[in-house]
Design a protein around this ligand. Structure first.
Ligand code: ADP
Ligand code: MG
Length: 232
Protein backbone atom coordinates (compact mmCIF):
# COMPACT_ATOMS: atom_id res chain seq x y z
CA UNK A 1 0.00 0.00 0.00
CA UNK A 2 1.34 3.41 -0.92
CA UNK A 3 2.08 5.70 1.99
CA UNK A 4 0.94 9.12 0.86
CA UNK A 5 2.34 12.32 2.26
CA UNK A 6 -1.00 14.06 1.80
CA UNK A 7 -4.27 12.23 1.59
CA UNK A 8 -7.44 14.30 1.45
CA UNK A 9 -10.91 12.86 1.06
CA UNK A 10 -14.32 14.38 0.60
CA UNK A 11 -13.19 17.95 1.21
CA UNK A 12 -16.06 20.42 1.38
CA UNK A 13 -15.46 24.13 1.89
CA UNK A 14 -18.38 26.53 1.82
CA UNK A 15 -18.31 30.29 2.39
CA UNK A 16 -21.11 32.80 2.61
CA UNK A 17 -24.27 32.50 4.66
CA UNK A 18 -26.64 29.57 5.12
CA UNK A 19 -29.20 31.53 3.07
CA UNK A 20 -26.61 32.17 0.39
CA UNK A 21 -23.87 29.55 0.57
CA UNK A 22 -20.90 29.58 -1.81
CA UNK A 23 -19.80 25.97 -2.17
CA UNK A 24 -16.20 26.28 -3.30
CA UNK A 25 -14.83 22.77 -2.72
CA UNK A 26 -17.34 19.98 -3.24
CA UNK A 27 -16.09 16.59 -2.17
CA UNK A 28 -12.54 17.08 -3.36
CA UNK A 29 -10.07 14.18 -3.11
CA UNK A 30 -6.32 14.31 -3.58
CA UNK A 31 -3.43 11.95 -2.73
CA UNK A 32 0.18 12.99 -3.21
CA UNK A 33 3.40 11.16 -2.40
CA UNK A 34 6.58 12.69 -0.99
CA UNK A 35 8.93 14.34 -3.47
CA UNK A 36 6.21 15.29 -5.96
CA UNK A 37 5.89 18.54 -7.86
CA UNK A 38 2.18 19.24 -8.40
CA UNK A 39 0.59 21.94 -10.53
CA UNK A 40 -2.83 23.28 -9.65
CA UNK A 41 -4.70 25.06 -12.45
CA UNK A 42 -8.12 26.60 -12.46
CA UNK A 43 -9.86 29.86 -13.29
CA UNK A 44 -9.87 32.73 -10.85
CA UNK A 45 -12.31 32.06 -8.02
CA UNK A 46 -12.32 28.27 -8.52
CA UNK A 47 -10.89 27.62 -5.05
CA UNK A 48 -7.13 27.12 -5.57
CA UNK A 49 -6.08 29.38 -2.70
CA UNK A 50 -8.81 27.85 -0.55
CA UNK A 51 -7.32 24.41 -1.15
CA UNK A 52 -3.76 25.58 -0.34
CA UNK A 53 -5.02 27.13 2.91
CA UNK A 54 -6.58 23.78 3.88
CA UNK A 55 -3.50 21.72 3.06
CA UNK A 56 -1.38 24.30 4.89
CA UNK A 57 -3.51 24.01 8.06
CA UNK A 58 -4.48 27.69 7.85
CA UNK A 59 -8.15 26.85 7.45
CA UNK A 60 -10.45 23.91 8.18
CA UNK A 61 -12.91 22.23 5.80
CA UNK A 62 -16.64 22.00 6.54
CA UNK A 63 -16.36 18.27 5.90
CA UNK A 64 -13.74 15.74 4.91
CA UNK A 65 -10.38 14.53 6.17
CA UNK A 66 -6.87 15.76 5.44
CA UNK A 67 -4.08 13.43 6.47
CA UNK A 68 -0.47 14.55 6.54
CA UNK A 69 1.85 11.56 6.99
CA UNK A 70 -1.20 9.65 8.21
CA UNK A 71 -2.12 12.27 10.84
CA UNK A 72 -5.46 14.03 10.62
CA UNK A 73 -4.57 17.73 10.58
CA UNK A 74 -8.22 18.82 10.78
CA UNK A 75 -8.67 17.20 14.18
CA UNK A 76 -5.35 18.44 15.55
CA UNK A 77 -5.52 21.15 18.23
CA UNK A 78 -4.52 24.71 17.32
CA UNK A 79 -1.12 24.48 19.01
CA UNK A 80 -0.17 21.41 17.03
CA UNK A 81 -1.45 22.97 13.81
CA UNK A 82 0.63 26.09 14.43
CA UNK A 83 3.74 24.02 15.09
CA UNK A 84 3.10 22.01 11.93
CA UNK A 85 2.84 25.21 9.88
CA UNK A 86 6.06 26.74 11.09
CA UNK A 87 8.20 23.60 10.98
CA UNK A 88 6.88 21.54 8.07
CA UNK A 89 5.15 23.87 5.66
CA UNK A 90 6.73 26.56 3.53
CA UNK A 91 4.35 29.17 2.16
CA UNK A 92 4.99 31.29 -0.92
CA UNK A 93 2.06 33.68 -1.10
CA UNK A 94 0.97 35.99 -3.88
CA UNK A 95 0.94 39.02 -1.65
CA UNK A 96 4.19 40.55 -0.59
CA UNK A 97 4.88 39.21 2.89
CA UNK A 98 8.42 40.50 3.42
CA UNK A 99 9.15 42.74 6.37
CA UNK A 100 10.11 46.16 5.00
CA UNK A 101 12.85 47.08 7.49
CA UNK A 102 14.65 43.74 7.23
CA UNK A 103 17.18 42.84 4.55
CA UNK A 104 16.66 39.91 2.18
CA UNK A 105 18.96 37.82 4.36
CA UNK A 106 17.11 38.77 7.56
CA UNK A 107 13.74 38.04 5.98
CA UNK A 108 14.89 34.51 5.16
CA UNK A 109 16.54 34.10 8.56
CA UNK A 110 13.35 35.15 10.34
CA UNK A 111 11.47 32.10 9.08
CA UNK A 112 14.20 29.91 10.56
CA UNK A 113 14.01 31.31 14.09
CA UNK A 114 10.75 29.56 14.82
CA UNK A 115 12.07 26.00 14.43
CA UNK A 116 14.87 27.12 16.81
CA UNK A 117 17.89 26.39 14.69
CA UNK A 118 21.31 27.59 15.78
CA UNK A 119 22.59 30.85 14.33
CA UNK A 120 25.28 29.22 12.16
CA UNK A 121 22.88 26.72 10.67
CA UNK A 122 20.39 29.53 10.01
CA UNK A 123 23.01 31.64 8.27
CA UNK A 124 24.22 28.71 6.21
CA UNK A 125 20.68 27.86 5.07
CA UNK A 126 19.74 31.48 4.38
CA UNK A 127 22.88 32.04 2.28
CA UNK A 128 22.39 28.84 0.35
CA UNK A 129 18.70 29.60 -0.33
CA UNK A 130 19.46 33.14 -1.51
CA UNK A 131 22.17 31.74 -3.75
CA UNK A 132 19.72 29.17 -5.16
CA UNK A 133 17.36 31.96 -6.25
CA UNK A 134 20.23 34.08 -7.59
CA UNK A 135 20.16 36.81 -4.95
CA UNK A 136 23.53 36.50 -3.24
CA UNK A 137 24.50 40.01 -4.31
CA UNK A 138 21.23 41.40 -2.91
CA UNK A 139 21.34 39.70 0.50
CA UNK A 140 21.87 42.92 2.45
CA UNK A 141 19.23 44.98 0.63
CA UNK A 142 15.80 45.79 2.07
CA UNK A 143 12.61 45.02 0.06
CA UNK A 144 12.24 48.65 -1.11
CA UNK A 145 15.56 48.35 -2.92
CA UNK A 146 14.47 45.18 -4.73
CA UNK A 147 12.28 44.73 -7.80
CA UNK A 148 8.96 42.86 -7.55
CA UNK A 149 10.56 39.78 -9.08
CA UNK A 150 13.47 39.91 -6.65
CA UNK A 151 11.11 40.20 -3.69
CA UNK A 152 9.22 37.21 -5.02
CA UNK A 153 12.50 35.30 -5.07
CA UNK A 154 13.22 36.25 -1.44
CA UNK A 155 9.85 34.68 -0.50
CA UNK A 156 10.86 31.59 -2.42
CA UNK A 157 14.24 31.49 -0.64
CA UNK A 158 12.46 31.78 2.69
CA UNK A 159 10.37 28.69 1.95
CA UNK A 160 13.39 26.76 0.64
CA UNK A 161 15.54 27.52 3.69
CA UNK A 162 13.01 25.92 6.00
CA UNK A 163 13.65 22.50 4.39
CA UNK A 164 9.92 21.97 4.67
CA UNK A 165 8.00 18.76 4.07
CA UNK A 166 5.53 20.65 1.89
CA UNK A 167 5.85 23.93 0.01
CA UNK A 168 2.63 25.67 -1.01
CA UNK A 169 3.21 28.25 -3.71
CA UNK A 170 0.45 30.56 -4.93
CA UNK A 171 1.45 31.76 -8.41
CA UNK A 172 5.17 31.84 -7.57
CA UNK A 173 6.29 32.69 -11.10
CA UNK A 174 3.85 35.48 -11.79
CA UNK A 175 5.77 38.70 -12.32
CA UNK A 176 8.98 36.87 -13.16
CA UNK A 177 10.48 36.99 -16.65
CA UNK A 178 10.46 33.69 -18.54
CA UNK A 179 14.12 32.96 -17.94
CA UNK A 180 13.87 33.49 -14.18
CA UNK A 181 10.59 31.56 -14.07
CA UNK A 182 12.24 28.58 -15.77
CA UNK A 183 15.14 28.78 -13.34
CA UNK A 184 12.77 28.78 -10.34
CA UNK A 185 10.72 25.87 -11.76
CA UNK A 186 13.91 23.85 -12.29
CA UNK A 187 14.87 24.65 -8.71
CA UNK A 188 11.46 23.45 -7.46
CA UNK A 189 11.85 20.26 -9.45
CA UNK A 190 15.29 19.59 -7.97
CA UNK A 191 14.05 20.27 -4.45
CA UNK A 192 11.16 17.86 -4.91
CA UNK A 193 13.30 15.12 -6.36
CA UNK A 194 16.46 15.58 -4.27
CA UNK A 195 15.06 16.66 -0.89
CA UNK A 196 11.78 14.73 -1.10
CA UNK A 197 9.74 17.90 -0.56
CA UNK A 198 6.28 17.97 -2.09
CA UNK A 199 5.38 21.23 -3.79
CA UNK A 200 1.97 22.49 -4.84
CA UNK A 201 2.19 25.24 -7.41
CA UNK A 202 -0.90 27.26 -8.21
CA UNK A 203 -0.43 28.86 -11.58
CA UNK A 204 -1.88 30.29 -14.74
CA UNK A 205 1.46 29.85 -16.42
CA UNK A 206 1.39 27.13 -19.14
CA UNK A 207 5.17 26.82 -18.65
CA UNK A 208 4.63 25.06 -15.32
CA UNK A 209 3.22 21.86 -16.79
CA UNK A 210 6.62 21.16 -18.41
CA UNK A 211 8.21 20.75 -14.99
CA UNK A 212 5.67 18.97 -12.80
CA UNK A 213 5.02 15.32 -11.95
CA UNK A 214 1.26 15.78 -11.64
CA UNK A 215 -1.14 18.47 -12.81
CA UNK A 216 -4.74 19.09 -11.82
CA UNK A 217 -7.51 21.43 -12.86
CA UNK A 218 -9.88 22.61 -10.17
CA UNK A 219 -13.28 22.21 -11.81
CA UNK A 220 -16.61 22.53 -10.01
CA UNK A 221 -14.98 22.07 -6.62
CA UNK A 222 -12.99 18.95 -7.48
CA UNK A 223 -9.64 18.07 -9.00
CA UNK A 224 -9.42 16.64 -12.49
CA UNK A 225 -6.05 15.18 -13.50
CA UNK A 226 -4.47 16.80 -16.53
CA UNK A 227 -2.17 14.76 -18.73
CA UNK A 228 1.42 15.94 -18.53
CA UNK A 229 4.00 15.76 -21.32
CA UNK A 230 6.12 12.63 -21.23
CA UNK A 231 9.74 13.31 -20.38
CA UNK A 232 12.82 11.30 -21.00
P1 ADP B 1 -8.76 31.13 -6.52
O1 ADP B 1 -7.54 31.11 -5.64
O2 ADP B 1 -8.91 29.89 -7.37
O3 ADP B 1 -8.84 32.36 -7.36
P2 ADP B 1 -10.18 31.34 -4.01
O4 ADP B 1 -9.87 30.06 -3.32
O5 ADP B 1 -9.44 32.53 -3.54
O6 ADP B 1 -10.06 31.15 -5.58
O7 ADP B 1 -11.71 31.67 -3.83
C1 ADP B 1 -12.73 30.78 -4.25
C2 ADP B 1 -14.09 31.36 -3.89
O8 ADP B 1 -14.26 31.36 -2.48
C3 ADP B 1 -14.30 32.79 -4.34
O9 ADP B 1 -15.64 32.92 -4.75
C4 ADP B 1 -14.04 33.58 -3.09
O10 ADP B 1 -14.76 34.79 -3.10
C5 ADP B 1 -14.52 32.66 -2.01
N1 ADP B 1 -13.78 32.83 -0.73
C6 ADP B 1 -12.50 32.47 -0.52
N2 ADP B 1 -12.12 32.72 0.74
C7 ADP B 1 -13.20 33.27 1.35
C8 ADP B 1 -13.47 33.75 2.68
N3 ADP B 1 -12.54 33.70 3.63
N4 ADP B 1 -14.70 34.23 2.93
C9 ADP B 1 -15.66 34.26 1.98
N5 ADP B 1 -15.47 33.81 0.73
C10 ADP B 1 -14.28 33.33 0.40
MG1 MG C 1 -5.97 32.47 -5.49
Amino acid sequence: MTEYLIEAHGIERTFGTSANPVRVLRGLDVCVESGTLVALYGPSGSGKTTLLNLIGALDKPNAGTILLKGQDIVKMNDGKRAKLRRTQIGFIFQSDTLLPTYTAMENVDLALRLPRLGIFERRRRAQSALQAVGLTAWASHVPDELSGGQRQRVSIARALALHATIILADEPTSGLDTRTARHILTLFRNIAHEQGTTLFIVSHDPLVVDYVDQAYDLVDGRLVARPIPTRT
